[in-house]
Ligand binder design. Structure first.
Ligand code: GLA
Length: 731
């Protein structure tokens, strides 16, 4: 049993293979958080809690004059709100009388022998091999009829604890949820760094590491999507934690909309970290009988540094978030026409690209933006999901069949959530766009956003997508979303309920993708939002790969893919070889290096094959076969970051197969100096007791020799040169 209960003392211990998470109900009914860390015996750890009379930290009624008992100081699973805990709260309510206090006491618990799905939202799911277990702790709000269920999923093998919260209004009057976070984690002792992933369009998820102090560290998004600017996944670790050693905790939100994560030390040096839907611009009314579910947070702990933490996240996302045919089926190597043609294409051009690509071993043609409605630039046509047969020289069925005859799959771009003002859809339904009556809307990429909370809009989109997908042999859809959301107002919600729109929008997107996949279960979805503006575990439930960034510069991609790798498996990372000089940065990087970087992802090309030399075409063939050779390693193996961006003159990373018989390292030179020093690269993850032959120098050594000695390379000539080194078990 992964959930160990001490009935007498109401101690709940959640055990995974290498971690323990514990909570205990105290004599006042408060659910204390007593421990999260390395695996220990399931004995009470409540003795770690230090209570003392702290000035200006008040005492709840049950303290009966005990001034050392204060909610302001105790580590809790669900902090109270407005009744004397002045730190971050998790659930904030406005009651019918206008008061805003919320205080929670234990009622009961229940255990399920499987993971619990969340209604209408993605969540870590049960499998035959690992069904998971669930602990549901019911808490009562002391002065109202609101009940809160704290839901804990335990995935023993994966070292994962999931958390979400269900809030139920059992009263006779409405209650307004002002804040409904998914998780609060209290750390009584120790210093922590917060590692988070910040950026911008075309430069997403660059890693930053900052000590947590008394000033609140807070990241989040109010853009309606998880955003390019901050990713909803954060590590808290000891200052001394490295890739290979030290305690670290991950918090990864399975959600694709507005979010907030913050960490702060309190007056006594205790750290509280919270995560969930951003409370700003959120206000959700619970009528009597209504229930609200928060999204799920995936928690994971590693006592052995960041690499192990990443392996745990990669495994849980690959095995228990990603679904469908392509969860493990090799993804087709694709060629996308976007950077080759932009909007300027016709059937002939597309087929010409496809014919050349097919000869080189590329397996799928993805037709990007511009095939529908009136769409020759990005100012019009969104919403009109009807094939522009004049531009396409016929139907998509004809094109699809011709591609299939070439032995290629056919992929198609959509941006379902958007509407152009210059579109038939907008002319027919101007109120379908999110905008505030009487206020000129904010345009971004000259487009508006459809109100995905509305059923009739989702129905229109499902009908359009179904029509296109059932009239042509389409194997893949790139689902794009190309602006941030603002001007919040919905024609379908009562005025006082507009604070629900951001969340209802996300639920609407989830529902539409779920319905589409139910109709087309073999479809491969690739998520996209101007590259990686919605790269999160929520979207990965529907699309097992996401276009990682609109930036295809192989050198910039090193830090983008590095940051992405902390939580998300390499199989999720859409990565393409594009032309040089690069369209985003103007930089020229050798063809081989562009290939090596893109191969550490879901691989493809995005360039005009007419402009590629014969020599490079031969390299495409080689790259496709190298990618396939290493597919098992890159898409199913363990990933090791061997360097940090900017620290060395090169970046290197490694994949090791789960059975430890095979490994592959990629190294890219990022800088060069005169009189250069040897390049010494660490090697990780081989079995100490088995022997491996290294492709670089042909030497056969025990794994411990490679793991501890590393590999010394000769000077690597050439700007931005790269190489792949392989270790194969001998005998
Ligand atoms: C976004 C995507 C690109 C491309 C364009 C098309 O920017 O990230 O890959 O599909 O839209 O308009």
């Amino acid at each position: 049993m992964a959930i160990v209960i001490n009935e007498k003392q109401n101690i709940f211990t959640l055990q995974t293979q290498s971690s323990t998470y514990q909570m205990e109900v105290d004599s006042k009914g408060v659910l204390l958080h007593t421990y999260y860390g390395k695996h220990v015996h399931p004995e009470s750890l409540a003795h770690l809690i230090y209570q003392s009379d702290v000035g200006f930290s008040g005492n709840p009624p049950e303290a009966n004059g005990d001034r050392s008992y204060s909610l302001d100081c105790l580590p809790q699973e669900i902090p109270s709100s407005g009744v004397g805990d002045y730190r971050e709260d998790m659930v904030r309510l406005t009651h019918a009388d206008g008061s805003t206090a919320a205080d929670f006491r234990f009622v009961s618990y229940e255990i399920l022998n499987h993971a619990c799905p969340l209604p209408g939202m993605p969540a870590v799911y049960a499998t035959k091999e690992e069904p998971g277990e669930t602990l549901i702790v019911t808490m009562r709000e002391t002065a109202s009829q609101v009940m809160v269920k704290l839901i804990y999923g335990v995935f023993e093998k994966q070292n994962v604890i999931t958390r979400s919260v269900r809030i139920e209004n059992h009263g006779k009057t409405p209650v307004v949820l002002e804040k409904a976070l998914s998780c609060s984690l209290d750390f009584q002792f120790g210093k922590y760094d917060m590692i988070y992933f910040a950026g911008r369009h075309a430069m997403e998820r660059t890693m930053e590491r900052t000590p947590v102090g008394r000033a609140k560290l807070s990241i989040g998004s109010l853009r309606g999507t998880s955003s390019h600017q901050y990713n909803p996944a954060v590590v808290l670790c000891r200052p001394e934690t490295t890739e290979e050693s030290g305690d670290c905790y991950g918090m990864c939100l399975v959600y694709s909309g507005n979010f907030e994560m913050s960490a702060q030390k309190d007056q006594r040096g205790q750290t509280r970290a919270v995560m969930g839907i951003h409370p700003d611009w959120f206000r959700f009314t619970l009528e009597p009988g209504d229930t609200f579910d928060t999204p799920q947070v995936i928690l994971s702990f590693s006592p052995n540094g960041l690499s192990q933490l990443s392996h745990q996240y990669h495994d849980i996302i690959r095995e228990h978030i990603c679904r469908g045919k392509y969860q493990h089926t090799p993804r087709p190597v694709l060629i996308n026409n976007w950077e080759a043609t932009y909007f300027d294409f016709n059937k002939e051009k597309i087929l010409h690209i496809a014919q050349q690509a097919a000869q080189l071993g590329i397996e799928m043609l993805v037709l990007d933006d511009g095939w529908f409605g009136k769409r020759d630039d990005d100012n019009s046509g969104l919403g009109d999901w009807f094939v522009n047969e004049a531009k396409m020289g016929g139907s998509l069925r004809q094109l699809g069949e011709e591609l299939h005859q070439l032995g290629m799959k056919f992929g198609l771009w959509f941006e379902p959530e958007m509407i152009s003002e210059d579109s038939d859809l907008y002319r027919a339904h101007p109120d379908w766009a999110i905008q505030i009556p009487g206020r000129e809307p904010t345009r971004a990429r000259n487009q508006l956003v459809l109100d995905m909370s509305r059923k009739e809009i989702r129905e229109y989109l499902l009908e359009r997508l179904t029509d296109i997908l059932s009239h042509a042999p389409i194997d893949y859809v790139k689902w794009d979303m190309n602006r941030s959301i603002c001007d919040i107002y919905s024609h379908s919600l009562p005025t006082e309920r507009n604070g629900e729109l951001y969340h209802r929008y996300v639920l609407g997107v989830y529902e539409l993708q779920e319905n589409l996949l139910a109709r087309f279960p073999n479809l491969l979805l690739e998520g996209c939002s101007g590259g990686g503006g919605r790269f999160d575990a929520g979207m990965l439930y529907y699309s097992p790969q996401i276009w990682c960034s609109d930036n295809t510069d192989a050198i910039n991609r090193l830090s983008i893919q590095y940051g992405t790798s902390f939580f998300y498996p390499i199989s999720a990372v859409g990565a393409h070889v594009s032309a040089v000089p690069n369209h985003q940065t103007g930089r020229s990087v050798p063809f081989s290096t562009r290939g090596h970087v893109a191969m550490s992802g879901s691989f493809g090309y995005e360039l005009d094959l007419n402009k590629v030399s014969e020599e490079e075409k031969e390299m495409v063939k080689e790259q496709v076969s190298t990618f396939k050779k290493f597919y098992g390693l890159t898409h199913e193996g363990d990933y090791y970051r061997l360097t940090c961006p900017g620290e060395e003159e090169y970046m290197a990373w490694e994949f090791v197969s789960k059975d430890r018989s095979h490994a592959m390292m990629t190294l890219v030179k990022t800088d060069g100096q005169g009189n250069s020093l040897p390049v010494h690269v660490p090697v990780r993850g081989l079995d100490d007791t088995r022997k491996y032959r290294c492709s670089y120098n042909g030497l056969v050594c025990f794994g411990d020799v490679w793991n501890n000695g590393g590999l010394t390379l000769k000077t690597i000539p050439g700007e931005y040169a790269s190489l792949i080194v392989e270790w194969v078990e001998e005998g």
